[in-house]
Design a protein. Sequence first.
Length: 466
Amino acid sequence: MSVGSSVDEVSPQTTDLLEKDSRYCSYGDTVHYADPPKIFARCDGSYLFDERNTPYLDLQMWYSAVNFGYKNRRLNDALKRQIDTLPQLACQYLHSEKVELAEALCKVMKTRTGLKGRVHFNVGGAQAVEDSLKLVRNATGKSLNFAFMGGYHGRTLGASAITSSYRYRRRFGHFSDRAQFIPFPYCFRCPYDKKPEDCGLYCVQQFEKLFDTEYHSVWDSKASQCEFAAFYIEPIQGTGGYVIPPKGYFEELSRVLRERGILIVVDEIQMGIHRTGKFWSFEHFGLKPDIVVFGKALTNGLNPLSGVWAREELISPQTFPPGSTHSTFSSNTLGTATALEVMRMVSEDDYEGTVNAKGAYFLSRLQDLKTKWKMVGDVGGIGLALRIEMCEADGFTPNRKLTDAIFAEGLKGDIPARGTTYGLVLDVGGYYKNVFTLAPSLHITDDEIDLGLELLESLFERCGAC
């Protein structure tokens, strides 16, 4: 791999692009975390490259959209073949890739849950969440839902209503169907100040108390009916900081929901397609969803495609008839062809074994990191969904300032290592924006993991961590 070796001044071309961005581009469709915004020129494997050809090891892979590495030749070739065969087709017509992809996804669900269902396609994750909301309303006649504090389901109007951050809703008026948000079992920062070893899943007990009496506002004991239709769940919180629930939590929560006839909708947009070492993250936790929403890595970040799987009785044509939702590009041929190749690829190789092995190695290195640095308050992960929570020297108080500094320094592309110069691409999440959420390529090597830790520790030293 040919790489750059020095950091020069910003080129005239970059200066010109940044000036045009400031003049012509809306900032409403993105977030400029870096100042100035970073411009990249190409990508390959686990790396992004700037105009100087400096390699930036990417440990977030486009928010877990590029699970199988940048410029994955097999997937790129599938897309190219489709461009030369059937690149466009209105979604009211069928093409083989759509049907075969739906079949493959339904078979995955049948194998893992024993449930029969159907798949419904859209483009982006938020649009699939919107479609799932229609499915829920159609099936139940109700418009209210439970969701978790720290949960993120998108920024369209309906998805914003079940996403916990008020910041995403504040500018857009009253959300009459806003979810009722329930504390997530965030054991490192337990909202009830409990300890996982002796709490007895206190958080589930508190949720179940909502159904003790009608005066807790959700349950009519005389009719045995809940005002709420569904509970939207990220089994592992994504934007919330890759928070992982304790053992037994979702099994117990499922019992509470099933007893009250509340649908379980699982959001796998960030954690699906082997990110956690299993095809779906819910497989780790004994969840049996009624509806699953997915997207991102389904096409490895190529032509966007998202979707909803639902149980047959919720989504059959008799229950959810043609035209219940619609998007011009919903089952686009380029996306379905790429996604079908993804499904073939993961069926041929042992991603469960390799991702879990790589994740265990990465997590062991993070645990070593925690023993060396007081300001690493918590590390954790499942598969290659990993977290580093940055704190003050007490190991607990959130340290957003340090987190932001490390993030920004990583994007400068001037970290010396192994005889050359690197950058490090990180993503920041968490309730207090003090968590590095790590979602590397599922094809990352042990050597690249080691390099990532070298670069990260260089940034710790540079930014004054202790």
